[in-house]
Design a protein around this ligand. Structure first.
Ligand code: AMP
Ligand code: MG
Length: 508
């Protein structure tokens, strides 16, 4: 007879909190408390899926009194037992230029907890007021950007893409001054670690090499323990980070996601998608798609992301050179060797994902060209990325069934027909069965993604009417991106005409 395993559920006051990062010493962070809002804090939305990561008892958010407690805590008004709030120091390459000091200018880590599965989760408030790293900023986040990060990070997670998670949004009537006056909010986000490439760069450019080692040892011990016995653990670690970053970007490309601000301070050493700003999911396929309206030269355009990944990894490798070898020339050789693997990691991951998107089981010599030709046609005809792949999941290899639902997406119908004939022939080489293939393709080609207009509807309702219901509706929808959700069919269609006028930039 087995005993029943009981999972301990915590209230916020029993949540075991600590902060292992403070053991590094105060060269790595600043101790700073959140600055609560001046007007009352309101719990705008709470994500029960993320709450499970902290082993929080669902009872804590099913009661209105407790919702007030959550608003008080996650707006920084009340400090949780064990919390040692800090803002992290980092630097980074922004749009290709090194900026010697950035740091958490508006984010504060409250602490971390280790859940019953042994997972470490840091709890961070974003928009929680000034820190020593705020520079010219006000330390605040606007409700608009908070809703965007909340929804997108959860959408990415549901699609299996590594990301920070989002626990809740707390809002207030406090005005925040951007291009216009906007309501402020705080996002509580969770990640095993918020350490970035830039967390290492800051010490490299200050010649504080001992700090690089200390931070690397900390990250390896907590997040890459499998490397502790490696002979050159730092080289092995660099390789892991290169592989994870390559895989992450391949996953972004495979869902048409553009990060928008791929500065090296926005690159996680765990290979997570982090710091959602002016991101976007591409609609009409265009490798030059720029989601960030401040990115005038398209440095971070969709099609540039794989190359920018390598640029950022080179910045990171440069920063850890002192760990790779005592002999500077040898350190450079090791870094170069590791970086040289980036494209093969990337291509392998990308090809794997593209094959899955096309429902191909084996790998054939002509597959790459087949994919390229599809994308060339999609680019010419401005075909919607998400809708195309979802409809392609219903492609038929039978002569007596037409494929008009896919064909109708193209202007150049004959060119599509030629491509479709090649695709059909390719599927038949592996005796692909329509029904089974359709099922597996629908597990990788999402039906629902977070289009800008969808986030915009949730934002407008929240800003104009204090109506937060759309946030919950979208969160539920996006938690199941691959499932048919007939009641939400309208979200699976083309964006409305007004979506073209939405503009997102860095100012959030
Ligand atoms: P981001 O591009 O949003 O990742 O931000 C780049 C840097 O600017 C980071 O150091 C942020 O903490 C900081 N920052 C962005 N917005 C603000 C703000 N409103 N107040 C203070 N610092 C900010
Ligand atoms: Mg950032």
């Amino acid at each position: 007879m087995y005993t029943h395993i009981q999972i301990m559920k915590h209230t916020l006051s029993t949540l075991p909190l600590s902060n292992s990062f403070v053991s590094l010493g105060d060269s790595f962070f600043s101790r700073v408390y959140p600055t609560p809002f001046e007007t009352p804090a309101v719990l705008i939305h709470f994500n029960t899926h993320a709450a499970e990561l902290l082993d929080l008892d669902p009872a804590i958010y099913s009661d209105s009194k407790l919702a007030m407690d959550l608003a008080t805590i996650f707006s920084g008004k009340k400090t949780l037992p064990g919390s040692e709030p800090i803002a992290m120091l980092y630097a980074g390459h922004q749009f290709g230029h090194y900026v010697p000091q950035l740091g958490d200018g508006r984010a504060i880590i409250l602490g971390e907890t280790i859940n019953q599965r042994g997972e470490r989760w840091e709890i961070q408030l974003k928009g929680s007021g000034l820190t020593p790293y705020s520079r010219d900023g006000d330390g605040r986040a606007v409700l608009r950007s908070t809703i965007r990060e909340y929804l997108c990070s959860e959408a990415m997670h549901a699609m299996g893409i590594p990301t920070t998670r989002a626990l809740c949004i707390v809002g207030s009537a406090d005005p925040v001054y951007r291009e216009r006056i906007e309501p402020g909010a705080m996002l509580t986000r969770l990640a095993p670690s918020h350490v970035r490439f830039g967390s290492f760069e800051v010490f490299y450019y200050r010649n504080q090499f001992e700090h690089i080692r200390k931070l690397a040892d900390f990250v390896i011990e907590h997040h890459y323990p499998q490397l502790l016995n490696e002979q050159n653990r730092y080289a092995a670690w660099l390789e892991c980070i290169i592989a994870r970053t390559a895989s992450l970007i391949a996953q972004w490309q495979a869902v048409g996601f553009s990060h928008g601000v791929m500065n090296s301070d926005n690159m996680s050493v765990l290979g997570l998608t982090i710091d959602y700003g002016p991101y976007g999911f591409m609609e009409a396929y265009d490798p030059g798609y720029i989601c960030n309206h401040s990115d005038h030269h398209g440095r971070y355009a969709y099609g540039q992301q794989p190359d920018i990944g390598l640029f950022n990894l080179s910045c990171f490798a440069q920063a850890i050179l002192p760990l790779l070898s005592e002999e500077p020339e040898q350190a450079v050789e090791i870094a170069k060797d590791k970086l040289a693997q980036y494209y093969s990691f990337y291509i392998e991951q990308y090809a794997l994902r593209m094959r899955a998107k096309l429902g191909l089981q084996d790998s054939h010599g002509g597959d790459e060209q087949l994919v390229k030709d599809l994308f060339a046609l999609m680019a010419d005809d401005k075909v919607d990325f998400t809708i195309l792949f979802r409809r392609l999941s219903e492609f038929s290899t039978h002569d007596n069934v037409n494929n008009n639902i896919v064909r109708d997406l193209f202007v150049q119908r004959e060119a599509f027909d030629q491509w479709a004939d090649r695709y059909k022939a390719r599927l038949l080489t592996e005796s692909s069965l329509d029904e089974a293939r359709s099922k597996t393709m629908k597990q990788v080609n999402p039906k629902y993604i977070l289009r800008n207009y969808m986030a915009e509807i949730a934002i407008r309702k929240a800003e104009d009417e204090n109506d937060y219901s759309e946030i919950g509706r979208l969160l539920d929808l996006l938690h199941n991106p691959f499932d048919e959700q007939p009641e939400h069919e309208h979200y699976a269609g083309f964006p409305p005409d007004w979506a073209g006028s939405i503009s997102v930039s860095c100012s959030s």
